[in-house]
Every structure is written in C-alpha cells, then in structure tokens.
Write a new protein. Sequence first.
Length: 72
Amino acid sequence: MKKTFKMIDLDCANCAAKMENAIKGLDGVNDASVSFMTQKMTVDADDARFDAIMKEVVKVCRKVEPDCEIVL
C-alpha cells in the first residue's frame, strides 16, 4: 500500500533526509520519500501491517524533529 501524508512544521531538508533514511530502514517498509519542499511524505509499506508501521514512522519522525506533525 502506498500513501501520501501532509507534514506540518518540517523545518529543514536535512531533517527530511534523516527521516526518509530512518523510515526506509523500518521492517515492512518497501520505499519512502520525505519532501521538505512540498511538506509531504510518501510511504510504501506492507498492506497487512500498514497502521502499525505508520505508528513506528511517527515515532521515528518525532526523534528527528519533535515539532513535526504528520497528518494521518
């Protein structure tokens, strides 16, 4: 399943790159992209565990940038 999410308060391109690399490393994630310019994140992950994977994605993003919010 591939979904795109809006991000709020993503402050820099470096943080977006760190998030993208961390998300790609999660179990069950096929591909991910985080765009600082469009403030959007696309996640392609295992359909059966998508919601659980998204909880992990939110945790990873909070570690990189605590103020950033993902609109699920």
